[in-house]
Design a protein around this ligand. Structure first.
Ligand code: ADP
Ligand code: SF4
Length: 698
């Protein structure tokens, strides 16, 4: 059946209630920052997953009633019939490729402040709404009429979901993200009526809703139940033994058990904090409690691991969100025996940041993610080349590698020149930092792909200068020469260099990654970058037995990593490694043996002793070559050069995801006819206007 019989088991069909999944690959619900704002972009993104072989493709959470919205997050809505067409479009895209479409109906309850609908949030108890932002809003305790209403609303949404064409209609009780989870957990449920107290009581609403859903549509829709196996809070919250008892009580009521771990931040931990399959100990006991199929996640990208999960009876379906984002064609590649073509997720959670920043999903490994309809990009296919003009790519970091790869696939003759001896640029250096080893996959995937392209030539130890570029005389030149960390303190706070006295010992992150270490015992790390680098450098130095003092003008370490759901884990690890963390502090100047710091509020100055200082603030593009080529522009024509373009960090330093995107963008656009003036280079949807008097004003 497959290119390798060992993997045949992954391609066995699995019955889920009245439906049949064509194989064991199951894209579990995942958010994406597109939701109701970008329905067609979302429909195409899901459609590409189906095309790539995922037998089941699910939505993100779908709000099923206006009295609970999750604003500012942009998810899907199924509030009334008007929401059906957007969802039906997604279903159609999924069905086009023979996959099953699943919908995750959600009512956030005390997890959503209702900033859009302005309804009063409801939950099992009077409690502050549990958001990431400490919203000053409380949820009210639901009474029995509220419970009857919510059952009615759920049922109405179930019927709408069926009309939209969904094959699987979820009952969602996981991730602490909805009322059903809140009713289950003693942490939130302090009720004394028949919906609180004992396990039987706390599970009552879940059981009622699951049964009602089955009775209503179970004859032709499958009803998965999604549950958290442990809240990791001990007996104060849901814990494994209790949840297993719950599952025992409802063993065969749903058609499928979708098991998750605690809150989303635990279920989707970055590779820095969790290995592939970290959830397995929590999932492995579930199958013996039910005769129904079980699906779970674990950032699984290894087919051997998947086979073992099925054979060991841990799960029947291999659930994935991130592996399906990084490689929508992962199932087909396994089926066809093309394992070396798998674009493995690196576990960075940049995809998650799309949801947290309400912007369309992006992926470090898969630069086409979210752009399937917006820009017409496809993770596996590119258009044939638009001319015979060859391309020189300078620099083999993520930007240069992706450009060379996509240009090579388009059929251009490409020469890739790299100053060093390996492919990968910054990811090679960063993958050596504590916890970031998986990042080397960005280079691994592209190295293997480039090996297959006879039209891409790679030259190592080739640091190019302007005369050599002119001498080569390629019509197109792409500069992907990367960036270096600054040493002058310029960052978000200081936009001008700070005073650094002679004799002060300063070392930059670039130098540390090149293998240098500071002299002395106490090192101060000043983090005005706020993503992972400051925290990870502090961690590295602590591991090397320095006394590390970490200063940030923000309230917490690596504050932007809230968007990748890592901040809490990072700060915990830093504290456990003995790093002293000072929030709300600046570095004003550096002198031998000390820095002058100031409070961000009062400006009050303090001196902090430090033998050496690492300034993690900002980077500067390696633009010497670009500037030198600009300076000899008049020589280009004679040399046969038509165009020189800087991309990635060489243009403006940003994330690795920005770099792979930049490489892809260059390759996608090459030889495209220019867009007419004023035309936006991507598709977008605009809300349809209602006639002024239509609608339901109260
Ligand atoms: P990006 O993230 O934009 O891809 P990186 O910093 O990861 O940037 O990669 C830049 C790569 O370019 C590095 O591998 C570096 O060795 C290489 N490089 C920089 N300048 C030159 C040059 N003048 N000639 C060839 N290679 C270069
Ligand atoms: Fe994996 Fe990172 Fe892509 Fe998310 S953004 S799917 S974590 S590689």
């Amino acid at each position: 059946m497959t290119g390798n019989a060992r993997y045949d088991i992954l391609f066995e069909p699995v019955r889920i209630g009245p439906k049949m999944a064509r194989n064991r690959f199951y894209q579990v619900p995942h958010c994406n920052g597109m939701g109701y704002r970008d329905p067609t972009a979302l429909a195409h993104m899901r459609g590409v997953k189906a095309e790539g072989g995922w037998a089941v493709v699910c939505t993100e959470q779908v709000e099923f009633h206006h009295s609970s919205d999750i604003t500012p997050f942009i998810e899907l809505r199924l509030w009334d019939d008007r929401d059906i067409p957007a969802l039906a479009r997604m279903v159609d895209k999924i069905h086009e490729h023979g996959s099953l479409a699943g919908i995750e109906l959600a009512y956030n309850g005390m997890n959503g402040p209702n900033l859009y609908s302005r309804e009063v949030p409801m939950g099992p108890a009077h409690l502050p709404v549990a958001t990431f932002t400490y919203e000053p809003v409380q949820a009210r305790r639901m009474d029995l009429q509220d419970i009857r209403n919510i059952r009615k609303w759920h049922l109405a949404a179930v019927h709408r979901a069926r009309r939209a064409g969904f094959d699987l209609i979820y009952v969602y009780a996981a991730h602490a993200l909805g009322f059903l989870h809140h009713f289950l957990s003693r942490r939130y449920n302090e009720r004394t009526d028949e919906y609180g107290g004992s396990l039987e009581n706390r599970i009552r609403l879940l059981r009622e809703i699951t049964q009602e859903t089955k009775d209503a549509v179970g004859h032709d829709c499958a009803i998965p139940l999604r549950i958290s196996v442990d809240e990791l809070l001990g007996e104060g919250g849901l814990y494994q033994a209790e949840v297993e008892d719950m599952i025992g009580l409802m063993a065969d009521v749903p058609d499928l058990w979708d098991v998750t771990l605690a809150g989303w931040e635990n279920d989707s931990r970055t590779s820095r904090f969790a290995e592939e399959g970290a959830q397995e100990p929590f999932i492995s006991g579930i199958k013996r409690l039910t005769s129904k199929p079980v699906v779970g996640v674990g950032r699984y990208t290894s087919p051997d691991r998947m086979v073992s999960l099925v054979k060991k009876g841990v799960m029947d379906l291999i659930g994935a969100a991130r592996p399906s984002i990084a490689d929508p064609f992962l199932p087909n590649k396994i089926r066809d025996g093309r394992l070396e073509d798998i674009r493995e997720c690196i576990g960075c959670n940049i995809c998650v940041s799309g949801d947290f920043t309400q912007s369309p999903i992006r992926c470090t490994q898969n630069p086409t993610m979210g752009e399937e309809w917006r820009k017409g990009w496809h993770p596996e296919r590119v258009r044939p080349r638009g001319s015979d003009k060859s391309v020189l790519v300078v620099g083999a970091g993520p930007a240069g590698l992706e450009a060379a790869h996509a240009l090579g696939k388009r059929g251009y003759a490409v020469t890739l020149a790299e100053a060093g001896t390996q492919l990968g640029g910054r990811v090679l250096a960063e993958a050596k930092l504590p916890g970031l080893a998986a990042w080397s996959r960005v280079a691994d995937y592209r190295r293997l792909q480039l090996q297959k392209l006879a039209n891409v030539e790679i030259f190592f130890m080739s640091r190019l200068d302007a005369p050599s570029v002119l001498e080569f005389g390629f019509p197109r030149v792409v500069l992907a020469t990367g960036a270096r960390w600054r040493r002058d303190g310029v960052g978000h706070l200081h936009t001008r260099p700070i005073p650094i006295a002679p004799g002060a010992i300063l070392i930059s992150p670039s130098e540390i990654m090149e293998g240098q270490l500071p002299t002395g015992k106490t090192v101060l790390v000043w983090d005005d970058d706020h993503y992972y680098m400051g925290g990870v450098i502090a961690e590295l130095l602590a591991e090397k037995n320095y006394d590390v003092v970490y200063l940030t003008p923000a309230s917490e370490a690596s504050t932007w990593t809230r968007n990748t759901m890592e901040q809490h884990f990072i700060q915990k690890r830093m504290l456990e490694k003995g790093i002293t963390i000072h929030g709300f502090k600046t570095v004003e100047s550096v002198a031998p043996g000390e820095v002058l710091s100031a409070c961000v509020f009062t400006g009050r100055k303090t001196r902090i002793a430090a033998d050496a200082v690492v300034l993690v603030t900002a980077r500067l593009p390696n633009e010497e070559l670009a500037l030198a080529l600009q300076a000899c522009r008049e020589d280009w024509a004679d040399a046969g050069i038509e165009d020189v373009t800087s991309i990635g960090d060489a243009l403006a330093p940003a994330t690795i995801a920005h770099a792979t995107y930049a490489g892809r963008r260059y390759a996608e656009l090459l030889d495209n006819p220019p867009l007419p003036e004023g035309v936006i280079p991507f598709r977008r949807e605009i809300a349809g206007l209602l006639p002024l008097r239509e609608g339901n004003p109260t």
